[in-house]
Design a protein around this ligand. Structure first.
Ligand SMILES: [Fe+2]
Ligand SMILES: [Fe+2]
Length: 465
């Protein structure tokens, strides 16, 4: 591990002069981007951050005070496995690819660019949240997520520079040029152009949208293209914390709302009413479902066949790694009705991955509903149907209610304010957001966490202001 190199890495960068030079040229542009688009107003503050000092179980989570621009962004891959094999598809059992297979060069580059684009996008979406943090603990968590998304960009840029030559370098530059929500040069995926300007959005985003990342990275961690697999495996260790922030963050909002509801009207008492929380869930869940791509997809079949993108836990969960003869039945809209259609399993792998994601989200909902039950309330939160409010795939262009029944566009529009956040809802949530930065203090609309970070109490000075 060359931790104190200009670009910390465990990929022997100093021996690959060409790659090192390319990355060293990209580094100052990255830092310019971070200063321009990273967390606003906190760049010179010391933050209690987790930094990887090794990829082993001991070293990847080392905690200390760091100023964010001094964070050691770097390139860390899970160690290589001796004689790694392609784990699925038509080349199942052959030696893993150490170079990009020629015929998949363009599509693999597209996958890496699309994943890479989400990482800086989320930092841009969240850059102003620091000024309205509900506590120092939450402020630290926000910054931890932000710097790790920055590092994930490094991980993807390493692959682009290392394996895609000149077009890879151009793509790496473009990753620093697009901007979330900018109409002229937007980020690639729509969820990453949506505003994330209050903390309820932030928690819903890290719960639902980062969780899409978990499933995409898991599928790519199975890849027969070994550098990609090892990169994604290490990113997943960091990603778990982001989902923890979202899951427990929303849980703490739910708990506080429940406590206020027992005293009276949550809204009058300065909390976030459950129906607004539900609408934020509906919004981010549906946008995140789109990130998995079309239900029926020849790309997904090609990628699986080539051994490049597997299923979730391909090795653990499945015995048949060819998936060549099975089929999958899903509901599609035909003649204005929902009808079952059978497709070859390989063409439905986006939908299979989406199904795993939905199961994972349901566990989060169960945890929040347990909090409501513990507080003695009978109200419950739920996930909308995966057909609701979709912009990609079979259900885009049709309208569904929260239960997944086909409805007319007029009906959808009539009910929109009951199912998705309105401008008034957003304004109300924003009106609650005021910075609370005294150690041990917390905003009124959220409950404190059950424990602090890495053995420190909630009262710890997580950010030195
Ligand atoms: Fe990430
Ligand atoms: Fe993340």
């Amino acid at each position: 591990m060359n931790l104190y190199d200009r670009i910390p890495n465990n990929v022997n960068l100093s021996e690959d002069k060409k790659l090192l030079r390319a990355l060293e040229k990209w580094l100052p542009n990255y830092l310019d981007w971070w200063r321009e688009m990273g967390p606003e107003g906190f760049q010179d503050k010391e933050v209690w951050l987790r930094t990887a000092v090794d990829v082993g179980s001991e070293g990847w989570a080392h905690f200390d005070y760091v100023k964010m621009p001094d964070y050691r962004w770097g390139i860390f891959l899970q160690p290589a496995q001796a004689d790694a094999k392609v784990g699925f598809g038509d080349n199942f059992g052959r030696p893993a690819y150490q170079e990009v297979p020629g015929e998949f060069r363009n599509s693999l580059r597209r996958i890496i660019v699309t994943q890479g684009d989400t990482e800086p996008a989320s930092v841009e979406q969240q850059r102003q949240l620091g000024s309205t943090c509900p506590s120092l603990y939450d402020l630290r968590n926000l910054f931890q997520v932000n710097i790790e998304e920055g590092r994930h960009l490094w991980a993807m840029v390493y692959l682009l520079h290392g394996y895609f030559g000149r077009d890879g370098r151009d793509e790496a530059d473009a990753l620093l040029e697009r901007r979330s929500g900018n109409p002229d040069k937007p980020r690639i995926l729509e969820a990453f152009n949506q505003p994330c300007d209050d903390w309820l959005n932030f928690f819903a985003f890290t719960m639902f949208t980062d969780r899409d990342g978990k499933f995409q990275l898991s599928a790519l961690a199975e890849s027969g293209f070994e550098p990609l697999a090892r990169t994604c495996q290490f990113m997943l260790t960091e990603e778990a914390h982001h989902m923890f922030v979202g899951d427990t963050g929303l849980g703490r909002v739910v708990r506080r709302t429940a406590q206020l509801m027992k005293e009276g009207n949550a809204r009058e008492l300065g909390g976030i009413p459950l129906d607004i929380i539900q609408k934020y869930i509906n919004f981010w869940f549906s946008y995140s479902l789109d990130l998995f791509g079309g239900e029926i997809s020849s790309n997904s079949a090609d990628f699986f066949a080539a051994g490049l993108k597997g299923r979730y836990k391909e090795q653990e969960q499945y015995k048949d790694h060819l998936a060549a003869n099975d089929s999958f039945t899903l509901l599609v809209v035909e003649d204005g009705q929902l009808k079952p259609r059978e497709v070859p399993l390989r063409n439905a792998l986006n939908e299979v991955l989406r199904g795993e994601y939905v199961k994972d989200c349901e566990k989060g909902l169960a945890r929040w509903n347990k909090i409501l039950a513990e507080e003695g309330l009978t109200d419950r939160l739920n996930l909308p149907s995966p057909r609701f409010h979709r912009h990609v795939g079979e259900y885009a262009g049709h309208d569904f209610d929260l239960m997944g029944n086909l409805i007319t566009t007029e009906e959808f529009e009539r009910r929109r304010s009951e199912s998705l956040p309105t401008i008034k809802d957003r304004e109300y949530v924003r009106s609650l957001m005021h910075s609370v930065t005294q150690p041990g203090k917390i905003a009124n609309w959220i409950a404190p966490p059950a424990t602090g970070v890495k053995g420190k109490p909630f009262e710890f000075e997580y950010v030195r202001l």
